[in-house]
Design a protein around this ligand. Structure first.
Ligand SMILES: Cc1ncc(COP(=O)(O)O)c(C=O)c1O
Length: 389
């Protein structure tokens, strides 16, 4: 029996493949330092774990949670948007909690794309934008993120007929994998573009609160009128060190929120109530620990950028995200370099090509690893020289 044709267009998730390869090397006794992982290495604040624990002991919290999230989590999200971005959100119509933003991103494609439609996706980009479109039978149209444009898509370069066929457009700043940030003018332009071409603009912001050097990331929803054409996908995974808990949200355009709910209510049955209660604690409790956590990432970022410069790899210093995005040396592809470091040094990084064609020529190095392990990885890298190819 054959699985559905659509799976032919859907390669196994790139990080699942990489993980399998690493586990095999570890089983052979190799000590692999993983700088490929796009997740926080540290736990959430104690008060968040306590909120989960406290709620889990309540016998009433073990049933199905409903489809729209708890009123408390929707209100905590709206309050967060008011406090953090000065954006007004209606907690009843403009917020929907998600089981992590990944499922929301994939299900958004089912909500907005029919076979033959186009989705504009950043390249390099988080793979789920592309794979969601393919699952829906639609076509992803790549928008190259190039260093000469500060890794922002050039909307003027998108042909009019393509823009008119597109029904979704994905952007994400602070950006995975490039570490780039976007100025408010870029968001204004994206909103105008979406309005002109009748596109639902989706801004994915899981790194909004993983920032350095005093930088504060804006929300696209700060652009006046943006809620008419745009939504934001947010997540507690990276901001609050809660990646495994699976909690995020879509915020913004009420029709889009409703459309996604229509898909999701037929597919899932909500988020475990104690996780929703803990998410409320995270969003409404003491936020001061985030600055301390970011200071740790910032130190790691500086260590990585300095050491890779010593061995001849050039990278910008990212103001946000978990990622450093250096060029590979001449004569190497992304995979060559990632393979060589993995096999010769036991240091695992992600080849840029995993994020799309325009990621070729780069690798992604994550700060989401224990500081001492990063130090050890950098020690291993110090002795490395590009081979003649
Ligand atoms: C850009 C981007 N969007 C979305 C996600 C998904 O996050 P989650 O599903 O944990 O909320 C990730 C995770 O790596 C990401 O990097």
């Amino acid at each position: 029996m054959q699985p559905a044709d659509r799976l032919r267009n859907l390669p196994p998730y790139v990080f699942a493949r990489l993980g399998k390869r690493i586990r095999k090397l570890q089983a052979e006794g190799r000590d692999i330092i993983r700088l490929d992982i796009g997740a926080p290495d540290m736990p959430p604040a104690d008060f968040i774990i306590e909120a989960l624990n406290h709620s889990a002991w309540d016998p009433k919290k073990h049933s199905y949670a409903g489809y729209v999230g708890t009123p408390a989590l929707r209100k905590a999200t709206a309050d967060y948007y008011a406090r953090r971005f000065d954006v007004e959100i209606d907690p009843d119509t403009e917020v929907l909690p998600l089981i992590g933003s990944k499922e929301g991103i994939a299900n958004m494609a089912l909500a907005y794309l029919d076979p033959g439609d186009l989705a504009l996706v950043p390249d390099p980009g988080y793979p789920t934008y592309t794979m969601g479109a393919r699952l829906a039978g639609a076509e992803p149209y790549p928008m190259p993120l190039l260093p000469e444009n500060d890794f922002l898509p050039d909307m003027d370069a998108i042909p009019n007929d393509i823009a008119d066929r597109a029904r979704l457009m994905w952007i994400s700043y602070p950006n995975n994998p490039t570490g780039a940030i976007a100025p408010t003018e870029f968001f204004e332009k994206a909103v105008q573009f979406a309005r002109k071409h009748d596109i639902m603009l989706c801004h994915d912001v899981p790194y909004a609160d993983v920032t350095f050097d005093g930088y504060k990331a804006p929300s696209l929803l700060q652009v006046p009128g943006s809620k008419e054409v745009a939504v934001e996908f947010n997540s507690l995974s990276k901001s609050y060190n809660m990646a495994g808990w699976r909690v995020g949200m879509i915020v913004g355009n009420p029709q889009a929120v409703q459309a996604l709910l229509q898909v999701k209510s037929n597919i899932d049955s909500g988020i475990f109530l104690p996780i929703q209660d803990a998410a409320v604690a995270a969003l409404t409790g003491d936020q001061s620990w985030l600055a301390k956590r970011n200071a740790i990432y910032q130190e790691r970022r500086d260590m990585i950028v300095a050491t890779i410069a010593e061995i001849g790899l050039e990278a910008r210093k990212p103001k946000a995200t978990l990622y450093v995005w250096p060029h590979v040396p001449e004569g190497y592809t992304s995979e060559d370099l990632a393979d060589e470091w993995l096999l010769d040094l036991g240091v695992s990084v992600t080849p840029g090509s995993a994020f799309g064609k325009y990621g070729e020529g780069y690798i992604r190095i994550s700060v989401g690893q224990d500081t001492e392990r990063i130090r050890e990885a950098l020690e291993r890298l110090r002795g490395w020289k590009p081979k003649k190819r």
